[in-house]
Each structure stands twice: as C-alpha cells, then as structure tokens.
Write a protein that binds this ligand. Structure first.
Ligand code: KIV
Ligand code: ZN
Length: 519
C-alpha cells in the first residue's frame, strides 16, 4: 500500500455553479454551466453543486442537464426547507448516476427571526423536510445556515435532529465569514464528539471569505474532523467569495506532511478551469491570487531570479506544472503553422477538432499580422473570444472607426448588424470609448446601466492585446461581456455588444430573482 492510500480522503464539493454563480454579475449561460460542470467532473471533483433548481427554469434545466452528463461526480441541487423546493430539486438531480439533495435553513437567532419561527417550530420543520428529502433520495445533505453564529445548544440539537431524520452529510456553513481557524476546528470537533449519530455521517465545512480566512478555516475544520470541503474555483462567491478550491487542494498536497489527507483532484487541470471560470463569470483573477494568479509563479526580483536559476526550490514550494502551467518559451508569430498552433493550444489545455482549429487559425493569423509575437496569454484571450462569440447573437459589430484629437469631442462611426440588418450611426463622446458606447446606444436603445468597465493588458508592449470587461444591470438583471483585441476601443465595443446580447437572451427567458438570492 502506498503512503497516500493509507491517508484519509477529503471530499471536494464544488459550488462554483451555485454559490459562485449567485454572486452578483457572475451569471453564466446554460452552455457555460455545462462546460464548467464537465471540467469539474473531469478534474475529479467528488460532488458538484450544480444550482438551485427552484430559483428559475434556467437553473432547473442546467441542473438537470448536468445531472445527465456527469460521468463520475455526485450531482447536488440546493433546496430551502420546504417540500416544493425539495421536490423540484429531486426532479432535476434524479437523472444523475449519483444524485444528492442539499436542503438548508438559517438557524442563528437573526435567521430564525425572518420566518418568525420559534426554536421548536424550526426543529420540527427540519425533521419534516430532511425526512421528506430522504424519502426521495438516499444522499441528503443538510446545512444550518449561519451555523457559526448559532447558539451551541441549539446547533447541537438541530444537527442531531437532521441526522435522525436521515441526513447523510451535515454541512456547517460559516455563511458570513465570521469564524476563525481555531474556532472552526473546535466547532466540528465538538459536534462530532457530542452529537449522537455523528459517527455515521460526513461533516462538511463551507466557509466564506469576508475576513480573508476561508481557506484557513476550511483546513482547520478538516483538522477538527470535517471530511468534505465546500469550495469554488477562484474562490468565486457572494461578497468576498468562498473557500478557493485550488487553495485547499494545493495546501493539502504541498503540506501533506502536516495535513495527511488526500483528495481526488487532478491538480494539473487547475489553471485551465481557473481561466475558464474567470472568462465565463467575468470576474478576473487578481494578479497576486494564490495558485492561479498571473504572478503566482513569476519571479521578478534579481535575487529571486538568481536563486531560481540555481535551484528552483529556493523560492518555489510547488512546481508550476503541478497546477497545469506549462513552462515553454515557444512564442508564435505570423510564420507559425497550424501544427505549431495546435501543439501550443494543447499545451494550454485546449483540444480542438480540425474544424475548430481551422477557425482559430484564421483568427490567430489575423492577430499575428498585427502583433509580432503571440504569447500564451494572447492565445488564451483568442480562445475565449472564439468561445464566446455566438453566431446566433442578435447584434454583431461590422465596422468601427474612431477619430481622436487633442481637443474633443471624439467621434465614432459605427455599423452594426442587428437581427440580420445593417444599421449605421456617427456619435460623439468624451473620449473614444464614450463615443463608441454612445454609438452602440444610439443603434440599440436600452436602459441598462454600465456598472463596470475594466481594461487589462494581456501581455507587455505597446502592441499588446487589451482584454475589456463590462458589467451591466437592467431591472436587477446583471450581465457581463468580455473581449480582447490589440485595439482597446474595438475590444470595448465588442465587450459592450456581448453584454447587450446576453441581456436580450435574459430578457427573453425572464428569470425570477427571489429564490436565487436568498441562500
Ligand atoms: O453560505 C451558506 O450558508 C450557504 C448555504 C446555502 C450552504 O451557501
Ligand atoms: Zn455559501
């Protein structure tokens, strides 16, 4: 037996598609959810929380399709403490090889006040709803929301009730990111020691990052006896986010000497899914983010570089390739052929069919004509643009010409294809981007409010591509758009148009917001 097979397994429960997607602005399309779910399944995530089926028709369909497509992972849906939510959740997850119902209720004094239930009434409701879920599904997870601010005696009492009613996993959420590592470990330790039946269930930890302690709290909970960590890719999630999957998994791997637990995660797939989640959610990864940030493996200073050249371990506790970062010096340019592009994209985690490669190659050549050297990050941005440019989009950019000068206003001459017809306009604005956005607005009148406009240089140099992200809001619906181009204004126009296209899709589908934002 190898050392690792003797170690205890910690289950990884990913909630990027539920808690992550719930964060304002991180909405993903149906196809994007399916794609992320497949990546999670392939990287070895044990349980995927695919959504909140009662929240909307869209959520329901996504959970159902993910349940059908998953090969290995357990597929879980979220439900509040009522029969209607639970039945709807079961309707969606029952298609999975391994389905799970996750039902929850806020148990802290503040949360008990909202439905106006006494402690006894809530205890009775927990018994009824968990029993009901268990009658439908063998695998039932129960969560006392805001557990870390729930009175100890009451928490112990309701956990016991949930176990007796048939819950197989008890999740202890730190909903508002309030706990600290010692307390997190102690809470799980005490529950396991004092609740009758605790030895028959798995305890899970679900931490939010309001005080920047989500990863530390989750790992401490494992020390206390939790054997399931709930987390999201890039730590995506409400407010400051959730525990980051890549952080807990790599911490358990790198510091296995003091935390002797294994996970089933193929860590070489981390970078790729991190990039994809950043792209589809419209939440860029901060440069100095642990594990997946652009600078996480960069060594700028002279001392560091010197040390690295002599022995990589001087400043590196894990190898970049362990998280799927390839160390290659191969830069592509306009003379690079299709084979070189295919090999490079494969290195970056993109396996393309011949047809897809044909399409990407045309875009690559166009980029290489404008930019002498095409780096990995350029290709990632290019792949993203190819993936997000939907051919059925109602609005497409046909032409843009912006005239700038030292004395404004700037002028944008634009033509868009809208529902198959060409429309043109000339608009002015305070700067080239403002003029461009005014032109879009003149051609596509709307009341959506621009909440965020962000520009990032993909690489260095004046010929670098710019990635532009926009976030827009209309009647509580939030959509994002992202695009890259060597011309910042063109990237801005495309990102804006992409967000509008998404908004039209959401208008058509209509999405009740109430349930989706109550967990
Ligand atoms: O943070 C939280 O309490 C949750 C629950 C629904 C598990 O996300
Ligand atoms: Zn949460």
């Amino acid at each position: 037996m190898t050392e690792s097979t003797q170690q205890e397994r910690v289950l990884i429960f990913d909630t990027t598609l539920r808690d992550g997607e719930q964060s304002p602005g991180a909405t993903m399309t149906h196809e994007e959810k399916l794609e992320i779910a497949q990546m999670l399944d392939e990287m070895g995530v044990d349980i995927i929380e695919a959504g909140f089926p009662i929240a909307s028709e869209g959520d329901f369909e996504a959970v159902k399709e993910i349940a059908k497509q998953a090969e290995n992972a357990t597929i879980c849906g979220l439900a509040r403490a009522n029969f209607k939510d639970i039945d709807r959740c079961w309707e969606a997850v029952q298609h999975a090889r391994r389905p799970r119902i996750h039902t929850f209720i806020g148990t802290s004094p503040l949360h008990r006040e909202i439905p106006g239930l006494s402690k006894d009434q809530m205890a009775e409701l927990i018994h009824e709803t968990v029993s009901h879920a268990r009658n439908l599904c063998e695998d039932v997870q129960w969560s006392p929301m805001d557990a870390t601010r729930t009175e100890w005696d009451y928490l112990r009492r309701v956990v016991e009730i949930a176990i007796k009613a048939g819950a197989t996993t008890i999740n202890i959420p730190d909903t508002v990111g309030y706990t600290a590592p010692r307390e997190s470990a102690e809470l799980i330790r005490r529950l396991i020691a004092e609740v009758p039946g605790a030895e028959d269930v798995i305890f899970a930890t679900h931490c939010h990052n309001d005080l920047g302690m989500a990863t530390a709290n989750a790992l401490a909970a494992v020390e206390g006896g939790a054997r399931q960590i709930e987390c999201t890719i890039n730590g995506l999630g409400e407010r400051a986010g959730n525990t980051a999957l890549e952080e807990v998994v790599m911490a358990l791997k790198v510091r296995n000497d003091i935390m002797p637990y294994t996970t089933n995660i193929d860590t070489t797939k981390i970078m790729n899914i991190s990039r994809r989640v950043a792209q589809v959610s419209g939440f860029p990864v901060q440069y100095n983010k642990a594990i997946v940030g652009k600078n996480a493996f960069a060594h700028e200073s002279g001392i560091h570089q010197d040390g690295m050249l002599k022995n990589k371990e001087t400043f590196e506790i894990m190898r970049p390739e362990h998280v799927g970062l390839k160390e290659t010096n191969l830069v592509l340019g306009k003379h690079s052929g299709r084979a070189a592009l295919r090999a490079k994209l494969k290195d970056l985690g993109y396996e393309l069919s011949d047809n897809q490669l044909k399409d990407v190659f045309v875009r690559f050549k166009a980029l290489a004509d404008r930019k002498k050297e095409v780096y990995d990050d350029d290709l990632i941005a290019l792949m993203h643009d190819s993936a997000t440019e939907a051919h059925h989009d109602r609005i497409q950019l046909n032409h843009l010409r912006v005239v700038c000068g030292t004395s404004g206003p700037q002028t944008a001459e634009m033509s868009l294809e809208i529902d198959g017809e060409d429309h043109s306009v000339t608009a002015t604005g305070d700067g080239p981007v403002d003029a461009t956005f005014n032109a879009v607005k003149a051609l596509v009148p709307h009341d959506a409010r621009l909440q965020l406009y962000q520009v990032h240089a993909v690489t260095e140099g004046t010929d670098a591509q710019a990635t532009v992200s926009v976030r827009m809001e209309e009647n509580g619906k939030i959509v994002t758009g992202q695009s890259a181009d060597t011309d910042t204004v063109v990237a801005s126009a495309k990102a804006y148009i992409q967000a509008l296209n998404k908004l039209f899709v959401r208008r058509e589908k209509g999405k009740p917001e109430d349930a989706a934002h109550s967990a």
